[in-house]
Design a binder for this molecule. Sequence first.
Ligand SMILES: Cc1ncc(COP(=O)(O)O)c(C=O)c1O
Length: 341
Amino acid sequence: MNRSFDVGARLEEFPRERLALTPTPLDELTNLSDRLGTGVLLKRDDLTGLALGGDKPRKLEYEIAYGRQRNTDVLVTCGSMQSNHARLTSAAARKLGLDCALVLSRDAYDDLQGNLLTVRLLGADIRVVDAEDHWDLEPQALALCEELRERGRRPHYIPISGTTPHSCLGYVRGGLELAEQINTSGRHPDAIYLPFGTGGIFTALLFTLRNQGIASPVIGISVNRSRSECHENFTHWWTALGELLGAAAPPPQDFEIHDDFVGREYGDPTAACLDAILLVARTEGVFLDPVYSGKTFAGFLAHHAAGRWTEQHQVLILHSGGVPALFAYHDALAQHLAKRG
Ligand SMILES: Cc1ncc(COP(=O)(O)O)c(C=O)c1O
């Protein structure tokens, strides 16, 4: 990593729409820290403002600006029935006077609740399909783009989770913001925990934190893929981001990815995840989500229980949002509450 590369100046050369309310707070979770005996800081990207917040407003600022340079009038994307990305792409489209068309894969979380309710409220054009793997809806989404073109529309396709080289720029900006907050706090965390889905957030934050001289260990908690698949995705996005910025560099090795908190599959509300949701709600009045931040916390709490973190340490955890999905998980939460009280 070339630390003399001025990533902030380079970022200013890319067009950007304004969607996210930033900087988001870096909160000290004092009650939770007292309970655990380890300092916990929470980067509140659940509070980015647009349509109940999360990571996507940062990503979409750059991706939609790129699409608008190509004169798009309709955003097309895909995801699960409880896709946060579908909610926020639909909301961003409305805010910017565009339309949004969605391909969603049928799954168990199909109540008119949570994110699915929000996309209906936002008036997105929704196509529900049956798919083996909701991470692989690209053929159906591209077919929808073709149909829209035949009808005279100008679709801009945004892949699952909104991860593209341009959208990674949103978390380059987020990384600059976080590096400044860490430097202002006067103490570099002993670890930074991040969710790992496609790896867009993880790659762009690691890239920027290292560029800014933040050497804290960065720990990714996979929400779907195996460790080796996450490593492959990381290398892919690292290369793509470096090329876009004109700062190509070999991918670093100084990070960790854990794949033992996924459960049976993506979105599985594991007991550890649900326990983390209750713990953080009951100590801090903060809601985690059952798919990303709950799993990220479950990873941190397991490491803490194994003795990795003590009173000497302070860790920083990214809350990337996703909280509306809580409402679609009411059955799993009700069962868990019945067990735990
Ligand atoms: C709330 C939330 N956090 C994290 C992620 C994962 O981000 P990435 O795909 O960039 O790893 C997603 C992806 O959809 C998300 O919705």
